[in-house]
Design a protein around this ligand. Structure first.
Ligand code: SAH
Ligand code: AVI
Length: 332
């Protein structure tokens, strides 16, 4: 479905989730909550409240990821954008405007610069808010937003210009190995030889820093984690009581990933009216809501190589806590 903003001819919005969202949520909730080890896909965190909570996480003192990546972007934006004064910037899981603004600033005012920004996000609100702010900051920018799922809808992207694909925040780490490779392969499949792909990767570091980043002292990450239950309550008329669940997040050293769970404080039965399902929880039982994989230079290289992508440049901070890798499609 296409909805074009009348008041801002600079922005075009394509919404591909209105019909399918409840159906896929219903399917995923049934599958996840009837499994032996209960689980839910992390993309359902991001309704408008979830996106706002994530923005708050980004500025928490313990959550080093965003400020580290922002610093790397600031240091290298000119060089990254040098081949892209003209073309399309396709940002998957775009969220707020901060990171793309860093790149746009680097070419702002450049003679002949003509860019189109194509954000792609499941969160309509995040996409609208970011677009509004970008229109204010960059009045020459064209924006073509997709409210869509980047695991399913990448084929909808327009063709034409030279493209820089972007996946920031280490969002790729929220996917298990085969899914992450599949997602990168799908991007690789639509890249032309001159296109580039900038991928953010959070790196392995001491466990206490990782545990602190996902267990902040203000409880914002806990609210973000529990928000997935509120989303299910609203869309599927369920009766989860988020207060009956504890936020549980820890670094699994063996798997090199942070895991987030919701743990039932007491035995409980939850009814999910729209899918006619009742789910029993034992005291202490968990729902696995997210993984956040951490990378080493070696595991990053292997991930990219499996997807047919070659690392052309590697940008990092002084501590090596976060990496931005520039990728090109491997020939052959
Ligand atoms: N890129 C931003 C936001 C990261 S949060 C940053 O680096 O800070 C992850 C973002 O991806 C959220 O905005 C969420 O709504 C979006 N997202 C998660 N799963 C998605 C999916 N399957 N398809 C499209 N967007 C998705
Ligand atoms: C979006 N993603 C990269 C975040 C992460 O760190 O894995 C989501 C998040 N979960 C808890 N805090 C932040």
């Amino acid at each position: 479905m296409l909805r074009q903003s009348q008041s801002h001819p600079q922005v075009e919005l394509h919404n591909h989730l209105t019909v399918t969202f409840n159906e896929s949520l219903a399917h995923d909730v049934r599958e996840g909550l009837t499994a032996d080890r209960k689980r839910l896909p992390s993309k359902y965190f991001y309704d408008s409240r979830g996106s706002r909570l994530f923005d708050r996480i980004c500025s928490l003192p313990e959550y080093y990821l965003t400020r580290t990546e922002m610093k790397i972007l600031g240091d290298h934006a000119h060089s990254i954008m040098q081949p892209f004064a003209r073309g399309d910037l396709v940002e998957m899981g775009s969220g707020s405007h901060h990171k793309i603004s860093r790149l746009l600033h680097a070419v702002n005012g450049t003679a002949g610069a003509q860019l189109r920004y194509i954000p792609f996000d499941v969160s309509r609100n995040a996409l609208l808010e970011a677009s509004r702010e970008l229109m204010r900051r960059f009045p020459q920018l064209c924006i073509m937003g997709y409210v869509a799922d980047f695991t399913a809808h990448l084929h909808l992207l327009p063709h034409g210009s030279k493209r820089l694909f972007l996946l920031f925040g280490s969002t790729i780490g929220n996917f298990p190995g085969p899914e992450a490779v599949g997602l990168l392969r799908n991007v690789r499949a639509i890249m032309a030889p001159d296109d580039r792909f900038l991928l953010g990767l959070d790196m392995v570091k001491p466990p206490h820093n990782l545990n602190a980043a996902y267990n902040d002292s203000r409880g914002v990450t806990s609210s973000f984690n529990k928000n997935i239950l509120t989303v299910i309550n609203r869309h599927l008329h369920a009766d989860f009581n988020p207060a009956q669940f504890d936020h549980l997040a820890f670094y699994n050293e063996e798997k090199e990933q942070v895991e987030m769970h919701l743990q039932a404080r007491e035995a409980a039965t939850v009814n999910i009216a729209d899918i006619d399902l009742s789910v029993d929880f034992k005291k202490g039982e968990t729902i696995h809501t997210e993984i956040s994989r951490k990378f080493t230079p070696e595991s990053a290289r292997i991930l990219c190589a499996h997807a047919g992508l070659e690392i052309s440049r590697w940008f990092s901070d002084a501590q090596g806590w976060f990496s931005l890798v520039e990728l090109v499609p491997r020939r052959g």
